[in-house]
Structures are given as C-alpha cells and as structure tokens.
Design a protein. Structure first.
Length: 295
C-alpha cells in the first residue's frame, strides 16, 4: 500500500521504497539516484527504528533495493549511495561487481556539542559514486568547481608548462568534501535526525545531471534532494515511509500549505532554547557514544 502525490515535474511516494521501486519505476528510466538509507545504527525515524538483527539481515534487505536501483538507472546514469562507516565495506564489495565505482567520497564535517573522549569520534560519512558505463556518464565538472587553495592564492606562476602561466584559481573538488552538518540555527534545518546539507546534495545534482534529468531519492527524509532538484530545474521522484516526513516533502517540493486539515509550516526558530535543542540533536545524530552509534 502506498500513496502518490505529484505535480508536473515532481512525484512523491509515501510508502516502502522496495515495493514502490518494483511496482512504479520503469527500467532504465532514471538519470541520477541518490540513496541515503537507514544506516542500521539504531536511530529513530518517526515510527521507524533503524536497527536490524544482524549485518546479514540488513545487507539482505539493502541488496534488494540496490538491485532495483541498478535496474531503474539509465545506461548512462549515475548512482550515489551513502552508508554508515561500518556498512560501507559491504556495499562497496557488492556494487563493484555490478557497477563501476568512480569515486569513494568522504563527507567530512564539523562536530559541535558533545565530543567523544574515549575513542576517536566519527567525523565523516562515506559516499560511493557509481556509474553503469565508465565511458558514458554525465559529469559537469565546470559546474562544481571550487577555489583552488594552491599557488593561485599567492599568485604564483607555474613554470612547468612550456609557456609559464598563473596557477588555476579553480579546480574540480577531490574526494574529501567538507560541508557542515545541518544545525538547528541554519535556515535549511528541518525536524529530522539525519538531514543532509543542501550544499552536498547540490554538488551531486550539478555534477551528475542536466536540466532534463530525473533524480530519484528512495529514502527522502527531509526531501532535500527533491528540493534541490527543483531549485536546479531537474525533475524528481522521492519515496519516504514516514508520514511525519511526507509532510515536509509536500511543503518543500510540491508547495502544499496544508495536509489532512493541518497547516504545513517549517520549523519555528526560538533562539533562547537553541542550545538545548542543538545538544539533543547531537545525541540524535550519534555524536554521543552508545555502543554502536557511529555514522
Ligand atoms: C537517512 S534518512 C534520509 C535523510 C535524507 N537524505 C535527508 O537529507 O533528509 C532515511 C529515511 O528513510 C526513511 N525510511 C526508512 N525505511 C524506509 C522504507 N522502507 N522505505 C522508504 N523510506 C524509508 C526514514 O524514515 C528516513 O527518513
């Protein structure tokens, strides 16, 4: 059982990702897939508790939707998948048999609030960047360039070329990406324990899709992928199982103001209670060690 909500360019499904992928998404129909699944680390996502009995049970589930995502991806499509540091080795070994892994990206972030003191706190999450055909895929390098912190900053001349020139001031980012985590004080913040930054999602969409592309997010959470796809003129398909988060998507992606008689509003910001909320958020995001809760 699932529900569908849509406008001309954006579709939202409320239901189970695997079921909807199988029943609703056509083979080789999607240009870009961004997968940010439950990590099997014991987070509470509204009414869903993110913990499986064993790694074997978790990966058995995950390989099913990974296979479906590969099926729906166009021959020149791109798939990004995130995972916990503990689980990524399983995904990597599984996917390298089925796709070409172009990059193993590290999303490195700041930590604030409660710090680990008895082990090395986790300050990154891994992302795999995969394509079906290593000779035919979208990569808009010009659209994602960042400032080069090399000789260009000191206006040095590169004498290695036959004609000496100034160092480039811009470059394509490497595979370690620094983006701050989404904090309560940030404008983009939504009430969700695992919201990914707009800046990270924007880089992925700009690099690996064009305006006519369809972007699929099977575990939408705060619908940041669809919201950024919309901002960048792409079409989107999102799936989310929890009604609490569906409400965010209806507001952010389809522009609804009301759902089932309740107003859809973004999180009100109250600066006097922000520190307490941020501390709670740190705990929810796994900054406190509780045995297995690393990202
Ligand atoms: C890691 S979060 C995604 C966060 C999202 N990328 C963002 O930036 O907000 C995973 C999401 O998957 C949802 N989810 C869990 N099981 C699901 C399922 N079987 N089908 C669809 N969504 C599911 C959870 O409710 C949660 O919102």
């Amino acid at each position: 059982m699932f529900e569908q909500f849509k406008d001309r360019k954006h579709t939202i499904y409320h239901g189970d990702a695997l079921e909807i992928l199988i029943k609703e998404i056509g083979s080789e129909s999607i240009d870009l897939i961004f997968i940010d699944p439950p990590y099997n680390i014991g987070k509470q996502f509204s009414n869903f508790y993110d913990k499986w009995e064993s790694d074997k049970d978790y990966t058995k589930w995950a390989y099913q939707w990974l296979d479906e995502c590969i099926r729906v991806l166009k021959p020149n499509g791109t798939l990004y998948v995130m995972a916990s540091t503990q689980t990524m080795p399983y995904f990597d070994i599984y996917l390298r048999e089925k796709m070409v892994i172009l990059s193993r990206i590290i999303w490195h972030y700041d930590s604030s609030g409660v710090q680990a003191t008895k082990y090395f706190g986790s300050l990154y999450e891994p992302i795999l960047h995969c394509v079906k055909d290593k000779y035919n895929y979208i990569f808009n390098s010009e659209d994602i360039k960042v400032e080069a912190k090399t000789g260009a900053q000191r206006k040095l001349i590169d004498y290695r070329n036959p004609i000496p020139t100034q160092y480039n001031t811009e470059k394509v980012p490497g595979n370690v990406w620094y983006f701050p985590r989404v904090r309560y004080r940030m404008k983009e913040y939504e009430n969700h324990p695992s919201q990914k930054p707009e800046s990270l999602v924007e880089r992925i969409i700009l690099a690996s899709s064009n305006e006519e592309s369809i972007v699929l997010d099977p575990f939408a959470g705060t619908f940041t992928v669809a919201a950024m796809a919309k901002k960048l003129g792409r079409s989107s398909i999102s799936i989310e199982s929890q009604q609490e988060y569906l409400r965010i998507g209806l507001r952010r992606v389809l522009g609804w103001q009301e759902y089932q008689g309740e107003k859809l509003v973004s999180v009100p910001k109250n600066n006097t209670i922000r520190n307490k909320i941020e501390q709670k958020l740190d705990i929810r995001q796994g900054n406190l060690f509780n045995g297995d809760s690393t990202a």
